[in-house]
Design a protein around this ligand. Structure first.
Ligand code: CP
Length: 310
């Protein structure tokens, strides 16, 4: 029989989860996915638990998905956005969080531009912390929902070949996906221009390629990432047009392959750059299933971490 408790009080990164933790999150998500497809989508699991969603960086999917997950679990929810807060007046991260926690908050979901911000916080506060993205470091719930979506498609991921294409250098999704997929026994490749692939990434045991066609011929799943312009202070490639030509995934390219590849993208999409609309919106794409699965995954993470409190 498997464990029914996570091995950790926080979700700081996939790096700190065991394969058993990931399987437990998936099995719990299976149950919550069934719940959120019922006419009555709410369960009382987190009644009297207060969750603060602290977003120091922009978000559409992750923020809404966490809020919905919390509400489906009957938690009390407060939302904080750095752009409309006293952070602008010079308040530190720890002061901001401690002030919010003094209002009797039990769990913190946080997105922050600084890699490691959640680790720092976990040393100073007693609330459970969930990393909703820390700079270019990790985005664990995205990797969990990505792997859960692949599991729905293929069953066991052991031996499956997953390619992550695009701006790997600035991506927190890439690192969390690599850790998660390898813990589940999948093979991982990264592909993009040499300037957007970290120099020592092969040391993580991933295949490295700069050839999009060869990578797509190799893989069962292509997880396509956008170029993170907001994190780039120098030019990493000549133009978006040239990037789309050599590294973009389009219908013509997919149709010329020997087998059908499952297409994924964490969003937000830059249509016509890393992926064309006829690929993103095709039957080969499971992009919207990823978003749907995000709610069940986040319900499972919140539920399992709350259970560590009792
Ligand atoms: N995938 C993802 O993290 O999207 P948002 O930035 O919109 O939350």
């Amino acid at each position: 029989m498997g464990n029914d408790r996570l091995s950790t009080d926080h979700l700081l990164g996939i790096k700190y989860l065991t394969a058993e933790d990931i399987q437990l999150i998936f099995e719990t998500s299976d149950n919550f996915k069934e719940v959120i497809n019922r006419p009555i989508k709410k369960v009382p699991s987190l009644r009297d638990v207060t969750v603060a969603n602290l977003f120091f960086e922009d978000s559409t999917r992750t923020r809404i998905s966490f809020e919905l997950a919390e509400k489906r679990l009957s938690a009390d929810v407060i939302n904080f956005s750095a752009s409309s807060s006293s952070v602008k007046k010079g308040e530190t991260l720890l002061d901001t969080v401690n002030n919010i926690l003094s209002m009797k908050v039990d769990m913190v979901v946080m997105r922050h531009p600084a890699p490691g911000a959640h680790h720092y916080l976990s040393k100073h506060i007693s609330a459970n912390i969930i990393n909703a993205g820390d700079g270019t470091h990790e985005h664990p719930t995205q990797a969990l929902l990505d792997a859960f979506s692949m599991r729905e498609k293929f069953g066991d991921l052991a031996g499956k070949k997953v390619a992550i294409l695009g701006d790997i250098l600035h991506s927190r999704v890439a690192l969390s996906n690599i850790f998660c997929l390898q813990k589940l026994g999948a093979e991982v490749a990264v592909c993009g221009p040499p300037t957007l692939i970290p120099k020592f990434i092969h040391k993580l045991g991933v295949k490295v390629s700069h050839n999009t066609r060869e990578t797509l011929e190799w893989c069962d799943v292509a997880n396509i990432l956008r170029i993170q312009m907001e994190r780039q202070d120098i030019k990493y490639f000549p133009s978006l047009r040239e990037y789309a030509r050599y590294f973009g995934v389009n219908r013509q390219l997919l149709d010329s392959l020997n087998s059908e590849v499952v297409i994924m993208h964490p969003g937000p999409i830059n249509r016509g750059v890393e992926i064309t609309s006829d690929v993103a919106d095709s039957d080969q794409s499971i992009i919207l299933q990823q978003v749907e699965n995000g709610v069940a995954i986040r319900m499972a993470v919140l539920y399992l971490l709350a259970a560590r409190r009792s």
